[in-house]
Design a protein around this ligand. Structure first.
Ligand code: PLP
Length: 405
C-alpha cells in the first residue's frame, strides 16, 4: 500500500502543483460514494465540480461507453459518424436551441461562444471590424484558457499570464443598471452564469436573468448563458435559465454532459448565430467524436429516464431545509438552488478548507470555493437517507470547531 505521503511527493515531483488536493487517494467509486486506498468510504459531495451528476460508474453509461468504444471511437469530423447527429438533435430539443457545436471541455465551449458572438456581431449586427465587445460579470468563472482568464476579475487567475485578448468589459453581477450603462453599439454579447458556481454559489436576485434578457433584446445584444456548471439538472431544472423562463440566444454546456466519464461540451445557439460558421472556421480534433456523442446522448437520456432533474429539485429543497436547521456560529449563510448548495463559513472560526478537511475525516468529500464557501453538490441520484447522514456529519463537523477546549 502506497502511503499518502509517497503519492503526494510523486505527484508534486512529476506534476505541476496547479491544484491543492485534500490528502486522500481515491481508487474506486460507485453511485454517490468513492473509496480510498484503505477502503474508507466517502460520500461525494463534490461530484467533480458537478461533472458526476449521474453518479460514479453509472451502469448504463459504462455499458454505452464500452459498447461504443469497441464499435468506433474517434474518427474526427473529417467524416460523418452515425452518432453525432442524433446526439445534437437530442441536445437541441432538450435545451430549446436551434443548433449546437460540440467541443470537449467547458473552456472550449466558452471559446466557441466568444468566437460565435463576435462573428455574429460583424456579419449580422454590423459592428465595425475588430471592435466587438463582450460584457462579463465580476466573480465569473468561465474556465482557464487565455480568453476565459481575460474575462476573469480574479487576480490570481490572471497574474503573470498576460497579455490578454481585448474586447471584454467587466460589470458587477446582479446589476442590470450596469448592464444597460455598458452596452454600446459595439456590444456583441453579455455572457453570464445564472448562478455563479466557482465564484462562491452566488444566486442573483429574483428576475435578474429575465431583466438581462429584456435589456439584451432591446439593444440587439446576445444573451449567452454559461451553464457548464448549472445546466443539466444541477439546480433542479434542465437549465438554470428555466427558473426565470429565459431562453438565451447562446448557451454553453459541459461537465455533466460527459456523464462523469468523458469530456463533452457544446456551444448551442439560435440558428442565425451558429449558421455563420463555414468549413474551416473553427474545429476540434476530438469534438463530437462518436464515443463522446454516444456517452453524452445516454447521459441526457438518463437524466430523463431516471427523473434526475426532479430529484435534484426535491433533494435540493430537502437538503437546504435540513442545513437551515443547523445552529453554528460558523454558518454565515446557506445559498444555492437544487443540488448546487454552498455554506458560507465565518472566517473568524475556520477557513472553508479546514471545514473540508474535517468533513473528510467524517466521510464526506467536498472542496471549498474561494476561502469561505463549502460547496455541497452531490450526484443528482442522491436520496434522503444519504442527505440525512451527510447533514448529521456536517453538523458534527461544524460543532467540532466550537466545542474545543
Ligand atoms: C467548470 C466551468 C467552466 C470550465 O470548464 P472546463 O471543463 O474546466 O474547461 C466554464 N464555466 C463554468 C461556469 C464552469 O463551472
Amino acid at each position: 500500500m502506497t502511503s499518502i505521503n509517497a503519492i503526494e511527493t510523486a505527484e508534486r515531483r512529476f506534476g505541476a502543483s496547479n491544484y491543492h488536493p485534500l490528502p486522500v487517494v481515491l481508487t474506486h467509486g460507485e453511485g454517490c460514494y468513492v473509496w480510498d486506498t484503505e477502503e474508507h468510504r466517502y460520500l461525494d459531495m463534490m461530484s467533480a465540480y458537478s461533472a458526476v451528476s449521474h453518479g460514479h460508474a453509472n451502469p448504463r453509461l459504462i455499458a454505452t461507453m464500452t459498447r461504443q468504444a469497441s464499435q468506433l471511437g474517434v474518427v474526427s469530423r473529417a467524416f460523418y459518424s452515425d452518432q453525432l447527429a442524433p446526439f445534437l438533435e437530442k441536445l437541441c430539443n432538450l435545451s430549446g436551441m436551434d443548433m449546437a457545436l460540440p467541443m470537449n471541455t467547458g473552456s472550449e465551449a466558452v471559446e466557441t461562444g466568444i468566437k460565435a458572438a463576435r462573428k455574429w456581431a460583424y456579419e449580422v449586427k454590423g459592428v465595425a471590424p475588430d471592435k466587438a465587445e463582450i460584457i462579463v460579470c465580476r466573480g465569473n468563472f468561465h474556465g482557464r484558457t487565455i480568453a476565459a482568464v481575460a474575462m476573469s476579475s480574479e487576480a490570481q487567475y490572471r497574474k503573470n499570464f498576460g497579455p490578454f485578448p481585448d474586447g471584454f468589459r467587466l460589470i458587477d453581477y446582479n446589476d442590470t443598471e450596469a448592464l444597460k450603462a455598458t452596452i454600446n453599439e459595439n456590444t456583441a454579447a453579455f455572457i453570464v452564469e445564472p448562478i455563479q458556481g466557482e465564484g462562491g454559489i452566488i444566486v442573483p436576485g429574483k428576475g435578474y436573468l429575465s431583466q438581462c434578457a429584456e435589456i439584451c433584446r432591446q439593444h440587439n445584444v446576445l444573451l449567452i448563458c454559461d451553464e457548464i456548471q448549472t445546466g443539466l439538472g444541477r439546480t433542479g431544472s434542465f437549465l438554470a435559465c428555466d427558473h426565470d423562463a429565459v431562453r438565451p440566444d447562446g448557451l454553453m454546456l459541459g461537465k455533466a454532459l460527459g456523464g462523469g466519464l468523458y469530456p463533452v461540451s457544446a456551444f448551442l445557439a439560435r440558428r442565425s448565430i451558429l449558421d455563420r460558421f463555414t468549413p474551416g472556421d473553427h474545429g476540434s480534433t476530438f469534438g463530437g467524436n462518436p464515443l463522446a456523442a454516444a456517452i453524452a446522448s445516454e447521459a441526457l437520456q438518463i437524466l430523463i429516464d431516471d427523473a434526475l432533474i426532479d430529484n435534484s429539485a426535491k433533494m435540493g429543497r430537502y437538503m437546504a431545509a435540513a442545513l437551515n436547521t443547523l445552529q453554528s456560529p460558523l454558518i454565515t449563510s446557506i445559498r444555492g438552488r437544487g443540488l448546487l448548495l454552498g455554506i458560507e463559513i465565518n472566517p473568524q472560526h475556520a477557513t472553508a478548507r479546514q471545514v473540508c478537511e474535517r468533513l473528510m475525516e467524517r466521510g464526506i468529500l467536498t472542496k471549498e470555493t474561494h476561502n469561505t464557501v463549502v460547496r455541497l453538490a452531490p450526484p443528482l441520484i442522491i436520496d434522503k437517507s444519504k442527505i440525512d447522514w451527510a447533514v448529521d456529519r456536517i453538523n458534527a463537523t461544524l460543532q467540532s470547531f466550537t466545542n474545543q477546549p
